[in-house]
Design a binder for this molecule. Structure first.
Ligand code: ADP
Ligand code: TRP
Length: 323
């Protein structure tokens, strides 16, 4: 079975864009790959500077993934910080990483240019820790969003540097980027994103969910008039979740006239409620059993560490920190 590794940053409430863009695929992979998924809490330290908040966000993310169907029997699910070998390897890799390679990283340049993040050393060396996260497990594939493509290229460059100096150690990992996943529009028509405040949160309570759906922007075509489904944002969102038949029904209703945007919104809300309310309920149940969550993370960390320790024994011998 091919091995797959990915890190997920605890950064707040997941929305429909995150779910359809990446989370759903990650859950699907668990059936066909040997998966290592970890909560990238050390990476999150570059943005979250409050211990309680980071802890809460990390637990929230575990609940989110369990609620959408991550099976801890199939996926080795753990916290990055529970496998301290990651930071040791990151240091060793830093000593073979050319400074110029990191200077070219878009994520760092963008974060600093936008003034959103402080230009810390941690933010600058972020890709090196990411390379350590990945190379540690010698994976075949790293499933990530398009925004992470350059980080995987940097990982490959770092692996080549290490192999060149110390002999063949790390196979070069491939990014697995799903090019045809749709960019999910937000309720204002721009890309759905936490930073645009235009999201449909996955686990919103029914009242909040309804309020968000009702806010979806529409034009002023009157109820009786026929409408073009392709210009209707409600329909764009609906068809991402609906069956072919349901999608055809809404398209026909819009084209026929006598079916207003309010009706379409109600249909969308009902569909969202039907699909996500059971997951929200499951999430509430899971949140009552913190011991169970800790058990999952501890078991995951133990499994991950077995591999991490093997890799580190090999690396320490090669670099000469252990004879
Ligand atoms: P946000 O923009 O809300 O902060 P993130 O940057 O945390 O979202 O995104 C996490 C992952 O979800 C990324 O890998 C990205 O590819 C995916 N993603 C985010 N927004 C969307 C969207 N609107 N459509 C599809 N995928 C998305
Ligand atoms: N940088 C990734 C992100 O922001 C998270 C991440 C950390 C990661 N380490 C990783 C992703 C290793 C894949 C592999 O989404």
């Amino acid at each position: 079975m091919q091995r797959l590794v990915t890190g997920i940053q605890p950064s707040g409430k997941p929305h429909l864009g995150n779910y359809l863009g990446v989370m759903k695929n990650q859950i699907a992979y668990q059936n066909d790959f040997d998966c290592y998924y970890f909560l990238a809490n050390l990476h999150a330290l570059t943005t979250i500077k409050n211990g309680e908040e980071l802890n809460r966000l990390t637990i929230d993310l575990v609940l989110d993934y369990l609620a959408i169907g991550l099976d801890p029997q199939k996926v080795t699910f753990f916290k990055q910080s529970d496998v301290p070998e990651h930071t040791e390897l990151a240091w060793i890799l830093a000593t073979v990483t050319p400074h110029g390679l990191l200077e070219r990283a878009h994520a760092y340049k963008d974060a600093v240019a936008s003034g959103k993040k402080e230009a810390t050393v941690g933010l600058f060396t972020y890709p090196v820790l990411m390379a350590a996260d990945i190379l540690m497990y010698k994976p075949d594939l790293v499933p990530v969003g398009k925004d992470q493509k350059q980080h995987i290229e940097i990982t490959r460059d770092i692996a080549e540097k290490f192999n060149h100096n110390y002999g063949e150690t790390f196979p070069l990992p491939e990014a697995e980027i799903n090019e045809d996943t749709a960019v999910v529009p937000g309720i204002d028509g721009q890309k759905m994103s936490k930073s645009y405040n235009n999201t449909i949160p996955l686990f919103a309570e029914p009242k909040e969910l309804k309020a968000q759906v009702m806010k979806i922007e529409t034009d002023s075509t009157p109820l009786e008039a026929p409408k073009d489904p392709d210009k209707c944002l409600v329909y764009q969102l609906y068809k991402l979740l609906a069956t072919t038949d349901q999608t055809a029904t809404m398209a026909n209703n819009l084209k026929a006239g006598g079916y207003g945007y309010g009706h379409a919104k109600t249909d969308l809300y009902n569909l969202l409620h039907e699909q996500f309310e059971p997951l929200r309920q499951k999430r509430i149940e899971l949140s009552k059993d913190i011991d169970y969550i800790n058990d999952i993370l501890n078991t995951g960390a133990k499994k991950a560490r077995m591999i991490a320790q093997q890799t580190m024994t090999e690396v320490r011998h090669k670099v000469g920190t252990k004879i």
